[in-house]
Design a protein around this ligand. Structure first.
Ligand SMILES: NC(=O)c1ccc[n+]([C@@H]2O[C@H](COP(=O)([O-])OP(=O)(O)OC[C@H]3O[C@@H](n4cnc5c(N)ncnc54)[C@H](OP(=O)(O)O)[C@@H]3O)[C@@H](O)[C@H]2O)c1
Length: 356
């Protein structure tokens, strides 16, 4: 297993992390997974044996049940894992049961600690943007949790690049702990993060933790162009729909993944994971699973890498439009772009900009 520095923090995390959104299965999470404690233990065993040192959960997942299961299965081996959990989505019906107010952030952290049965959280993520709460209030509350020893590092998730930059500016301006990670959706069928989120993270030295790298199980070869879906697991619902930007293009990408997988003797899932694992700015890819067998397959991506020509074929198959202002920047001011800017443009153009 490879360990990577999480942004500019001193923390080293495994390049593959375990996601637990499939643990439990309460309410709407039944569509994501119904992993019970026995299977959760098997999944966790496979991950820890492979060297995974980061487990990602959230207070939202199965409304607390996923955190409780994580607490149960890591008992006696807490020192081997870093726990990431999250706050912001509503956890109750009250007016202050969600968001990023001081009130909710502190109450939610204490509730997560109780469910996880631990005395600290390693990375505490603001799960989404809260445009109704002053950022100074949120960042001060998060900083307080770090000073109290309840949280070690801070991160955010699902922020726009301007949200992310504003949050960093507020914490820097007030001398508070800043985010060291941004947890975002990124997969070979949805590369929107390359426009702003990846360059912003590279520029700011913030690590990227990638969620739903298989587009919720779509990038496995189990979904067919003719509309056939798996009868089991997430295929029973339309869970993956929002994660696939362009279904026609997505099946062309799966054809390329299939060829790559055949050439390496791996699964399509591993080929899709490999694409994000070695993308610029990515610190760790969070793999989700319904069974220990699935996660064992996914973790084998650590044993091989895409050839440059294979990455180029996948880049081409999954290319997005170069929108304004990136199109203008590429055409008009290529000589004034930073390495962070170029991380997007050069991949899209398929050649170094200077030679255009
Ligand atoms: N920050 C956020 O807002 C956010 C949002 C979503 C997720 N997350 C985190 O990211 C983690 C990963 O997300 P995800 O679970 O959606 O990831 P994913 O990797 O896109 O999808 C996982 C699903 O793909 C299928 N699968 C996994 N490995 C497979 C393999 N090797 N072969 C065949 N099928 C396989 C399984 O679904 P089926 O077998 O049921 O088809 C599994 O539940 C979550 O657990 C959570 O921790 C964070």
């Amino acid at each position: 297993m490879e360990y990577r520095q999480l942004g500019r923090s001193g923390l080293r995390v495994s390049s593959l992390a375990l996601g637990t959104m499939s643990f439990g299965g309460t309410g709407r999470f039944e569509a994501v997974g119904t992993v019970d404690v026995g299977e959760a233990r098997r999944i966790t065993d496979v991950c820890l044996d492979a060297g995974v040192n980061l487990i990602d959960t959230a207070d939202l997942y199965s409304y607390g049940a996923a955190e409780e299961m994580v607490g149960t299965v890591i008992k006696g081996r807490r020192d081997r894992v870093l726990i990431s959990t999250k706050v912001a989505f509503a956890t109750g019906l009250g007016p202050n049961d969600g968001g990023l107010s001081r009130h909710h952030v502190i109450a939610a952290c204490e509730a997560s600690l109780r469910r996880l049965q631990v005395d600290h959280i390693d990375i505490y993520h603001a799960h989404m943007w809260d445009g109704h709460t002053p950022l100074s209030e949120t960042m001060e509350a998060l900083d307080t949790l770090v000073r109290q020893g309840k949280v070690r590092y801070l991160g955010c998730s699902n922020h726009s690049a301007w949200h992310f930059m504003k949050a960093l500016a507020v914490s820097d301006g007030l001398g508070l702990e800043r985010y060291v990670s941004h947890q975002i959706y990124y997969s070979v069928v949805a590369r929107e993060a390359e426009y702003e989120l990846i360059p912003a993270a590279l520029d700011q030295g913030v690590g990227l933790l990638i969620w739903s790298p298989l587009a919720g199980g779509f990038l496995t070869g189990n979904y067919k162009r003719d509309g056939t879906r798996p009868a089991e697991g997430r295929g029973r619902t339309r869970w993956t729909d929002g994660l696939v930007r362009d279904p026609e293009q997505a099946f062309d990408i799966i054809d390329v993944l299939n060829n790559v997988a055949n050439d390496h003797g791996t699964s399509i899932a591993q080929a899709a994971l490999s694409y994000v694992l070695d993308a610029p700015g990515v610190t760790s890819v969070i793999v989700g699973a319904r069974s220990a067998e699935q996660v064992a397959d996914s973790l084998r991506v650590a044993n091989w890498q895409l050839e440059p020509a294979e990455r180029e074929r996948l880049d081409a198959a999954s290319a997005m439009d170069l929108l304004y202002p990136y199109s203008h920047q590429a055409a008009e001011n290529a000589d004034r772009l930073s390495p962070a800017d170029l991380s997007l443009l050069q991949r899209h153009l398929g050649q170094p900009l200077a030679q255009r």
